[in-house]
Design a protein around this ligand. Structure first.
Ligand code: TYD
Ligand code: MG
Length: 461
C-alpha cells in the first residue's frame, strides 16, 4: 500500500493543514493541531466526503438485542461489579492507572479466566516481551499460561490479528505504545493514541471482540493522551491506590453499560490480585480511636464502606501553611476549614493540616465532610472523638456553608454497616425517619458537642 499523507487538524476550528505548526493558521490558537489519518473514501481513494451512501433501515428498539444476554464474566467478582455485570462483547474499555499499580496483572487474570471458560482471548503486549509476560503469568497460575500473547506495537498488525483470530476479549497493553504507519507522530502522541484507539474501537464493534485498552496516567492523575479517548470508549476504569500499600481500588469514571459509582477493592498478593469482599472489616478494623482518627461511613455505589479518616494539625513554619490531602478532594478541605473557622471558632490559619484516608482509598462523596471536620478538630484539640475510650467514632454527612449538616443518601445502610462493626451511635444528618443506631445532629456545632463532650469522663478532662 502506498503511504498516505496524514493531515493536521485544528481541534479548535477544524482547519486542516498538511504540515504541523505550533500555531493554527485558521484561528491563530496555539498547540491545537493534531495529526489525523485521512479518511478512506468508499472507492478506496483518500480524502473527500462519501456521497453515494444509501439510506439504512432503522429498527424499533424493542427488536434490538439486549446487552445483559451476552455479557462475558471476567471471573473476578469485583471487576464484574464495577463493569456493571461483566464485559459487553464488542465494547471498548479503557483501564487507567499509575505504573506498577497492577493493570497488567488485572488484565492478565481476566484473560486467564475468560480463556479457561472456553472463549478466545488475546493479550497484545507493547510494553513487555513475551517472556516477561510469561513470567507474570507463571505467578498467576496455570490458566494464565494458556492465554495467547502477541508482542506487537504496529496498529495494522494488531488489527489484522484481531480480524483473523476473533477473540472474545483482547487486551492491548498499552494504548500508548501502539502506533499507526499512517501517522508520522511518535507512539503516545495525541494523534497516534486517538487514531489507534479509534481503529481498535471500530474493529471491536465489527468483529464483536471486547477490547480492553490499558492506559497510563500522568502525574496529575488524568489519563495520558487526549480527552477524546475517554469519549471514544464505552467504559473508563481507574485503578488507584498507593504502590507501597497492598490495597487498590477500581472504579468506573464512565460506563455506558452500568453505574459509575461502584468500587471494587483488591489486595496485591504474591499470586496476583485478591478480591477484598468485605473492605469495611479491614479499613475499620485498623481504626483505633486515637487522636485525629474517625471512621467515615461512606457509600461506594450500592455498597456501604467504612474507612478511617486521619488528620494531623501542627504549627506551621511557612507563610502559607500546608494543606496536604490523600484520598479526598483538596478544595473540599479548604471548604471544611472555612466552615470550621466560621462556625466552630477553629482558626487554623497558622497550622499545617494533613488529612489522609487510610488504605489508599479515595472517597469522592460530599458525605465525607463531617468525618474530615471531626478528625481535624480531634487533632487540633488533642482529644479523641467518640464516647468510648479506644473505640473510634463513626460519622457521615455533608457540611453546608452555613455550618448545617446536610442530608446524604442511604443513612440507614451507612449506619447499619457501622453498627455491624460495633461503632454506634453514628453521628449524621437527620434522615427524617428513625434509624437504629443513628444519632441525628443538626449542624457542625452540635456534631462537635456530641463528638467531644458527651461522655462524662471526657467532658471533665
Ligand atoms: P503490574 O501488573 O505489572 O502493574 P502495571 O501493569 O499497572 O504497571 O504489577 C504491579 C506490581 O505488582 C509489580 O510491582 C509486581 C507486583 N505483583 C505482585 O505483588 N504479585 C503478583 O502476583 C504480580 C503478578 C505482581
Ligand atoms: Mg503493565
Amino acid at each position: 500500500m502506498a503511504r498516505v499523507r496524514s493531515r493536521h487538524v485544528c481541534q479548535q476550528c477544524g482547519h486542516v493543514a498538511m504540515a504541523w505548526s505550533g500555531q493554527c493558521p485558521g484561528c491563530q490558537e496555539w498547540n491545537t493541531l493534531v495529526e489525523t489519518a485521512p479518511e478512506p473514501k468508499a472507492d478506496g481513494r483518500v480524502g473527500g466526503r462519501r456521497s453515494s451512501a444509501s439510506g439504512a433501515k432503522p429498527i424499533p428498539l424493542s427488536e434490538v438485542a439486549t446487552i445483559e444476554q451476552g455479557r462475558i464474566s471476567t471471573g473476578i467478582g469485583e471487576l464484574d461489579r464495577v463493569l456493571g455485570g461483566g464485559i459487553v462483547p464488542g465494547s471498548v474499555v479503557l483501564l487507567g492507572g499509575a505504573p506498577g499499580i497492577g493493570k497488567s496483572t488485572l488484565t492478565g487474570m481476566t484473560l486467564a479466566n475468560v480463556q479457561a471458560s472456553g472463549a478466545g482471548t488475546l493479550f497484545v503486549s507493547g510494553e513487555e516481551s513475551p517472556s516477561q509476560v510469561r513470567l507474570r503469568a507463571e505467578r498467576l497460575g496455570p490458566s494464565a499460561l494458556a492465554v495467547p500473547v502477541l508482542a506487537e506495537t504496529s496498529l495494522e498488525t494488531i488489527l489484522a490479528t484481531i480480524e483473523t483470530e476473533r477473540p472474545a476479549v483482547c487486551v492491548v497493553d498499552s494504548i500508548q505504545t501502539v502506533h499507526s504507519a499512517e501517522l508520522t507522530g511518535a507512539p503516545g502522541s495525541v494523534g497516534q493514541v486517538r487514531e489507534c484507539a479509534n481503529a481498535l474501537a471500530e474493529v471491536a464493534k465489527r468483529v464483536d471482540t471486547a477490547v480492553v485498552l490499558v492506559g497510563h496516567v500522568t502525574k496529575e492523575g488524568s489519563l495520558a493522551g487526549p480527552r477524546v479517548l475517554e469519549h471514544l470508549v464505552d467504559c473508563v476504569l481507574q485503578f488507584e491506590g498507593e504502590r507501597e500499600r497492598t490495597y487498590r481500588t477500581l472504579r468506573a469514571a464512565k460506563n455506558r453499560f452500568g453505574a459509575t459509582s461502584e468500587t471494587g477493592v483488591f489486595e496485591m498478593r504474591s499470586g496476583g490480585l485478591n478480591e477484598v469482599r468485605d473492605p469495611s472489616a479491614i479499613f475499620a478494623g485498623e481504626a483505633t480511636g486515637a487522636v485525629g482518627s474517625v471512621v467515615l461511613a461512606s457509600m461506594e455505589g450500592t455498597r456501604p464502606l467504612l474507612v478511617e479518616v486521619q488528620a494531623l494539625v501542627s504549627p506551621s513554619e511557612l507563610e502559607v501553611p500546608r494543606r496536604v490531602v490523600n484520598g479526598i478532594d483538596r478544595s473540599r478541605l479548604s471548604m471544611i476549614l472555612a466552615v470550621l473557622a466560621r462556625h466552630a471558632g477553629l482558626g487554623l490559619g497558622a497550622s499545617d493540616v494533613f488529612v489522609n484516608v487510610v488504605g489508599g482509598v479515595r472517597v469522592d462523596e460530599p458525605g465525607a465532610d463531617l468525618a474530615v471536620a471531626v478528625a481535624i478538630v480531634s487533632a487540633f484539640r488533642g482529644r479523641p472523638a467518640g464516647e468510648v475510650e479506644g473505640r473510634p467514632l463513626a460519622c457521615f454527612g455533608e457540611l453546608g456553608l452555613t455550618g448545617d449538616l446536610r442530608f446524604v443518601g442511604h443513612a440507614d445502610r451507612r449506619t447499619a454497616e457501622a453498627v455491624k462493626f460495633g461503632l454506634s451511635p453514628v453521628l449524621g444528618p437527620d434522615p427524617g425517619e428513625q434509624v437504629e443506631g443513628l444519632l441525628p445532629v443538626a449542624d457542625i456545632r452540635a456534631a462537635l458537642g456530641r463528638a467531644f463532650d458527651s461522655h462524662p469522663a471526657r467532658s471533665a478532662a
